[in-house]
Design a protein. Structure first.
Length: 355
């Protein structure tokens, strides 16, 4: 009987992943990663977030393990989370980019530090599983494992998983990939799971990101494309491409948006909606998760943020692991620090960080 370590979060999705695997005959072990301590900020507003006090989530995960009659472990991943996820988060905002911490957490902590630390602590298992809505299969032609979109388009989480490598994909199970979220909720109620009606986590952090960044104010100018001063900012990290907050002036009744963040000159450049559209971008730190790195330009669909509808584009490999992406039609709010993820139908080819 194969042993599976299931990453529990205290929520319904990971609980159902453990339940479904047990029903299929696997020897299931539950584990939750501990990432928060008193040195980290706690949200000052209500809401369900990933970062914050975790006693309730650990208690809920323990209830699930007791209900399923499976072993349960708490795995300390605090240092890895601080160094990898929060470190990247701060570095990116300081550089005027807008990172996606969930992508770094998945590839380097949840699918990296958690299973590795579990093995170091003597937990023996064959596969690792989570409650992500995605699919993994093996392509007999290429002899490569493939990451694919989940059945539920509204819940599909493949965008956040593109940095997984072949070794990780080969050792991972996603039991929820063939279900929709409503189906999982219904099954959880049917089985009387203790967390069947628990609300989902809504964000990385529910409070002000400055609670995490803790940067000293660095005043600078907000200008339009001609260099005309429209106002002042207290730090470029408070802005991201496409946002309107705090932008006024310019002598026009038309709404202004952040169209560029100029870290070198400590300026926020404002413009109109049409100024937000771009036809090209360059991405680095590219990972080809389901295919071998292409030698030549390929055509595929590219998704540049979680809620973006994938757009047709040409992806051209460059030197140093970068790619140049040219869209068939200009796309709105291409944002440095976010991920551009490449799809062939429902197959995730790979992705990279937008420069």
């Amino acid at each position: 009987m194969q042993k599976v370590l299931v990453g529990l979060s205290g929520g319904v999705d990971s609980a159902m992943a453990a339940l479904l695997l047990k029903e299929r005959g696997y020897d299931v072990i539950g584990a939750i990663m501990s990432i928060w301590d008193d040195s980290m900020p706690a949200p000052k507003v209500s809401g369900h977030a990933c970062l914050g006090p975790e006693e309730e989530d650990i208690a809920e995960a323990q209830k699930v393990a007791d209900f399923l009659k499976i072993p349960f472990k708490v795995i300390d991943c605090r240092e890895e989370y601080k160094q990898i996820v929060l470190g990247n988060f701060k570095d990116e905002y300081k550089a005027g980019r807008t990172p996606n911490p969930c992508i770094w957490c998945n590839s380097y902590v949840k699918f990296g530090a958690l299973p590795k630390s579990a093995r170091r602590n003597g937990i023996d298992f064959d596969k690792f599983a989570t409650g992500h809505y995605a699919v993994i299969d093996f392509d007999e032609n290429s002899k490569l494992w493939r990451l694919r979109k989940g059945k539920d388009d509204n819940k599909d989480q493949s965008y956040f998983l593109y940095r997984l490598g072949q070794e990780q994909l080969s050792q991972t199970l996603f039991p929820l990939g063939s279900y929709t979220k409503p189906e999982i909720r219904s099954l959880a109620l049917k089985y009387n799971l203790p967390v069947a009606e628990k609300a989902d986590s809504q964000d990385f952090y529910c409070g002000d990101y400055n609670d995490i960044l803790k940067f000293e104010p660095k005043p600078g100018k907000i200008v339009d494309k001609t260099g005309k001063v429209l106002g002042e900012h207290q730090g470029v990290w408070n802005y991201t491409i496409g946002k309107r907050k705090g932008l006024t002036g310019g002598g026009s009744e038309r709404p202004l948006y952040v169209v560029k963040i100029d870290v070198k000159n400590n300026q926020i450049i404002a413009g109109y909606k049409e100024d937000l559209f771009s036809s090209e971008l360059v991405a680095d730190k590219v990972n080809w998760c389901s295919v071998s790195k292409p030698e030549n330009e390929i055509k595929c669909l590219v998704k540049i943020r979680r809620q973006h509808i994938p757009a047709s584009a040409a992806v051209k490999p460059l030197e140093d692991g970068k790619v140049k992406i040219t869209f068939d039609e200009p796309q709105m709010s291409v944002t440095a620090g976010q991920s551009a993820v490449f799809y062939d139908g429902d197959i995730v080819l790979g992705g990279g960080i937008i420069q």
